[in-house]
Ligand binder design. Structure first.
Ligand SMILES: *Cc1c(COP(=O)(O)O)cnc(C)c1O
Length: 432
């Protein structure tokens, strides 16, 4: 047996192409990948020396930018104590501090914290909590979920069952998970005057099927990977009301929207409502480690504890990983101590000014900006590989998907760097 110790640049990319899956790509005919050697602030440094301004925050995560001295220090300090220890029968300060922070900054009814290692698992945990709650109450028929189309909740099975059925390619897995209830995608946009009929489809489904529905799950205000859509806070308010009226729990998936991205600390604040269960992840660790959490109320946890089996049946190996928790504590503190509201607002205003010119292009369907999220929706799907290459050649990191060219930069981005991002998007979109 010969073991490879080192790769030359050409070999590295060739080996990658031959052996490694990348997200949502063919392994036989993959899209090109770029070799990133390091990253600092809002800049990704490629192995060939080129620097790219980051428009993606590594999928909503790196809100403080890369290689942050405070977050680096938190990891180093913790790693000298312990990188990991099992959470069964053991607790540690990073987990307790982080749970304390989360209980303090999330809606007041949320008092109980379950840590896990990814957003998808946090969604699984949330759904299991809802199912076990009704099971314990003797309502076993409440086993289905209601959600809205164009949603995204992760790649594990139950999470996948509530992703948009078309985009999530449910037909491939139709025998592997039960069909859930899907209301129409909300049409009323974030800043539009509320139209009562927007809730009709949802209302009909919950009224007709509430005896079988354990919970509603949705991404409040911003639907992420399902289409980068921003919808009316009134819709979320109505959903809360209808859930209460029909004895259905409400799960809010704030994995993408949490920690300031939409201009509020959590997107549910736009609607002024509280969920029964909430998932956070992504920016939780500032983009350092995979960590997520599911929070719930005293009522739900008491009911789950009251019956048989009386315990919540979940416990990942890396539950509450100390390194992840330690860096998350510092990331949340850093956020709270920073002028994040002003920064996100500044990014929002600048993107509104600078991206709006795209709206005049014939290939563009709509330009929309909310908080630190800027979206140029094209009329047709774009050639991801070609556009990506053009962006890289112009010195920015933007990764479009389907018909969406979008950015969600780290909150610390400077005005001139953001200008380069938006200018490049305008140039490339105008060329389509
Ligand atoms: C990314 C995402 C998830 C899944 O999180 P992973 O950490 O990728 O498993 C779930 N819900 C939403 C809204 C997300 O954006």
């Amino acid at each position: 047996m010969q073991v490879r110790l080192k790769f030359e640049e050409v070999d590295l990319l060739a080996f990658d192409k031959k052996h490694i899956w990348h997200p949502y790509t063919s392994i036989e005919n993959p899209l090109p990948v770029y070799h990133v050697a390091s990253a600092t602030g809002v800049r990704l440094k490629l192995a060939d020396g080129r620097e790219l301004i980051d428009g993606m925050s590594s999928w909503w995560s790196a809100i403080h930018g890369y290689n942050h001295p405070v977050l680096n220090a938190a990891v180093l300090k913790q790693i000298k104590k312990m990188a990991h220890v099992m959470f069964g029968g053991i607790t540690h300060e990073p987990a307790v501090c982080l749970a304390g922070l989360l209980v303090d900054i999330t809606p007041p009814p949320l008092q109980k914290v379950f840590f896990c290692d990814s957003g998808s698992v946090a969604v699984e945990v949330a759904i299991k909590m809802a199912l076990q709650y009704w099971y314990t109450k003797g309502k076993r028929e409440k086993s289905k979920l209601l959600t809205i189309r164009s949603g995204y909740h992760g790649d594990t099975f139950k999470a996948m069952s509530v992703c948009d059925p078309v985009l999530g390619m449910h037909h491939i897995f139709q025998d592997a998970f039960p069909k859930q209830y899907f209301a129409d995608t909300p049409r009323c946009k974030f800043e539009e005057v509320w139209r009562e009929e927007d809730i009709d489809s949802f209302q009909r489904l919950i009224e007709t099927n509430c005896t079988n529905i354990a919970a509603v799950i949705l991404e409040p205000i911003v639907q992420g990977a399902g289409g980068m859509r921003f919808y009316s806070p009134n819709y979320v308010k109505k959903v809360r009301l209808l859930c209460d009226q029909h004895n259905v729990l409400l799960i809010l998936d704030e994995i993408a929207t949490g920690f300031g991205r939409t201009g509020k600390l959590f997107a549910s604040e736009h609607a002024g409502i509280y969920p029964d269960i909430m998932c956070v992840g992504k920016a939780l660790t500032g983009g350092y480690l995979g960590l997520a959490a599911t929070l719930t109320t005293d009522d739900i946890s008491e009911v789950i504890s009251s019956g048989d089996p009386g315990v919540f049946m979940h416990g990942p190996t890396y539950m509450a990983n100390p390194l992840g928790c330690a860096v998350a504590v510092e990331s949340v503190r850093l956020l709270l101590a920073s002028p994040w509201r002003e920064r996100v607002q500044g990014i929002e205003q600048q993107m509104k000014r600078q991206l709006s010119v795209c709206a005049d292009c014939s290939a563009v369907q709509e330009v929309r900006v909310l908080g630190a999220i800027g979206v140029v929706e094209m009329k047709e799907d774009v050639d991801v590989a070609r556009l990506q290459k053009e962006f890289v050649n112009k010195g920015v990191w933007v990764r479009p998907f389907r018909n969406l060219v979008y950015i969600m930069p780290p909150y610390i981005i400077k005005e001139e760097d953001l200008s380069l991002l938006t200018k490049t998007i305008v140039e490339i979109v105008e060329g389509l």
